[in-house]
Design a protein around this ligand. Structure first.
Ligand SMILES: CC(C)(COP(=O)(O)OP(=O)(O)OC[C@H]1O[C@@H](n2cnc3c(N)ncnc32)[C@H](O)[C@@H]1OP(=O)(O)O)[C@@H](O)C(=O)NCCC(=O)NCCS
Length: 161
């Protein structure tokens, strides 16, 4: 029997980090790879909370680095489920930098990641349905659905072996 549908709010998470010296490049701003690691972890937690199973990252797309984050700044990572397929889940993540001294904040990164839920033998397993509630939930759901279709169209039009 398929597990009960969940809303995005039921599984959304927020994480906070502070940019340390060993996480910065020669410009004194955070490495992109460090931000990607935070994004991957936050998004994986959302996907696992939705399906109640171990999950793996299948795909990361539309990752945009909009602004650098300076050493010592605080970082807010917000992740929520946007869309589910049969065994896959798309999580949207927004990263915001915060100047701890002035309170000024800025969106620095956005990304969309696809996770697949696994059964006890490591095979994809059906996930619960997603129940969008708010206007934002519906907008994110519709956009993610379009992104899935666009990705399929691009893949089928490319001549990959
Ligand atoms: C992800 C993985 C389990 C998919 O296995 P698979 O045998 O290809 O499974 P399927 O073809 O049945 O695809 C399962 C689902 O994943 C989706 N999927 C698979 N690869 C994908 C990709 N590259 N991008 C987006 N979605 C993908 C499929 O569309 C399908 O979605 P649906 O069930 O919602 O329709 C497998 O490719 C894998 O183990 N990859 C390595 C994962 C990993 O190590 N990640 C890094 C560390 S966590």
């Amino acid at each position: 029997m398929k597990a009960q549908a969940k809303t995005p709010a039921e599984t959304a998470i927020e994480m906070r980090e502070m940019v340390m010296p060993n996480q910065t490049n020669s410009h004194g701003t955070v490495f992109g790879g460090t931000v990607m690691s935070w994004i991957d972890i936050a998004a994986a937690m959302v996907a696992a909370r939705h399906c109640g199973r171990p999950v793996v990252t299948a795909h990361i797309d539309d990752i945009d680095f909009l602004a650098p984050i300076k050493m010592g700044y605080h970082v807010l990572i917000q992740a929520s489920l946007n869309y589910v397929g049969k065994t896959s889940m798309i999580v949207g993540v927004k990263v915001t930098s915060e100047n701890p001294y002035t309170g000024e904040s800025r969106t620095t990164t956005r990304a969309y990641l696809t996770f697949v839920a696994l059964d006890d033998l490591g095979r994809p397993i059906v996930v619960p349905e997603l129940k969008p509630e708010t206007d934002d939930d519906h907008r994110r759901f519709d956009n993610a659905k379009k992104r899935v279709q666009m990705k399929k169209d691009i893949r089928s039009s490319l001549k990959n072996k």
